[in-house]
Write a protein that binds this ligand. Structure first.
Ligand SMILES: *Cc1c(COP(=O)(O)O)cnc(C)c1O
Length: 371
């Protein structure tokens, strides 16, 4: 058996594809030296708002900051609670805790790995201010019941859409289904900068203006500071990169869906392996393609030997992270999240993955289970 190296993600082929378009646009920024809040930032904000079917978008320095500033714009802070999912990247919870609010976790729906709306009401307290669903792996959370619960209890909804640029739920774009949505533009995301970046979307003009002020030292007019803001601007070069990549996002998401379909078709009929379950009312954008098996660790080791890189998203749930040891969360508290953490495995996924690479991965997986 010849070994083929299959990386988890490779960002170089996309750079080659857009290089001719990108380099002159980046050079123009270097010539004009408009590095901070240059015109391309507003251009990208307009384009991303239109793409996300929202009225406003505001570029910020990271996905984490997008979450923090969304919460600050909604006047959420110390003493307030925000309900989110136990199975997510640490940034979701950190966005809440780092502005002094308290993350309150709920367990997941094992079919989709997203927050289970049926568990939200039991987590609501008099201090609850908002619900923050995460569209994990690129599949939108079940927003209708989440929004209905929020409305009933007078809560805000903030989407963490960092893994779901371009996804749809019942026809609506990720980022357009809540009060404010936060996106990461980290290089490996479906829409990724060549460095850190983030963006916030909303239909509310005053929240958008407040975030634009907060990201720039609380200032709208230079040296006049209305609030204690932050330095969290999306820089001009990253806005140029993202604006060009935005034109290729739908095509990249289509390719991701085709890759997922090929994986799923070729992995049918293995008793101990579950392929992703997709809600019939969503357009999944497969930021990650996550399989589930009780033999996860042995499978990952076998694939590594065969030259295939896999990753676990995420091996340690939020409530078991040492960083949150002071919260009183216990092992066993979110059993479906914990069970998933022991069994999930993300296979290589990026738009330029070839059929040969996909087939090699699925052949190796079949031979592992058939051995
Ligand atoms: C990537 C990610 C973030 C944070 O993004 P950064 O740009 O790295 O700060 C937040 N939430 C989720 C679900 C993510 O995947």
């Amino acid at each position: 058996m010849k070994i083929m190296n299959v990386p988890f993600i490779d960002l170089k082929p996309q750079f080659r594809a857009i290089e001719a378009e990108l380099m002159p646009a980046m050079r123009a920024v270097l010539e004009q030296t408009n590095f901070i809040l240059g015109a391309p930032v507003a251009d990208f904000e307009r384009a991303f708002a239109r793409y996300s079917e929202c009225a406003h978008a505001v570029g910020v320095a990271s996905g984490l900051d997008a979450i923090k500033l969304a919460l600050r714009a909604l006047d959420i802070g110390p003493g307030d609670e925000v309900i989110t999912a136990a199975n997510t990247f640490i940034a979701t919870a950190l966005g809440i805790s780092s502005i002094g609010a308290t993350p309150v976790l709920v367990d997941i729906d094992s079919a989709t790995f997203n927050m289970d709306p049926a568990l939200i009401e039991a987590a609501i307290s008099p201090r609850t201010k908002a619900i923050m669903p995460v569209h994990l792996y690129g599949q939108p959370a079940d927003m209708d019941p989440i929004r209905a619960i929020a409305q009933k209890h007078g809560l805000k909804v903030i989407e963490d859409a960092s893994q779901a640029h371009g996804a749809r739920y019942k026809g609506r774009r990720a980022g357009s289904m809540s009060d404010i949505a936060a996106f990461s533009l980290y290089p490996g995301k479906n829409l990724g900068a060549y460095g850190d970046g983030g963006i916030v979307t909303t239909n509310n003009q005053s929240w958008a203006e407040r975030i634009a002020m907060l990201r720039n030292y609380g200032s709208l007019v230079k040296y006049q500071h209305l609030e204690q803001g932050e330095n969290s601007r999306l820089d001009t070069l990253q806005a140029v990169v993202c604006n060009i990549k935005l034109h290729h996002l739908d095509e990249g998401n289509r390719k991701r869906r085709a890759i997922a379909a090929r994986y799923t078709e070729r992995l049918q009929g293995i008793d101990e392996l579950h392929t992703p379950q997709v809600r019939p009312d969503v357009e999944h954008v497969y930021h990650l393609y996550v399989v589930r098996t009780p033999r996860r660790d042995a499978l990952a080791a076998y694939l590594k030997n065969a030259g295939i890189t896999t990753i676990i998203h995420y091996p340690v749930p939020i409530h078991l992270q040492p960083a949150y040891a002071d919260r009183g969360w216990r092992k066993g508290q979110f059993p479906l999240t914990e069970a998933a953490a022991n069994e999930i495995l993300s296979l290589p996924m990026f738009p330029e993955l070839t059929d040969d690479q996909i087939d090699y991965v699925t052949d190796r997986i079949r031979s592992f289970f058939e051995a």
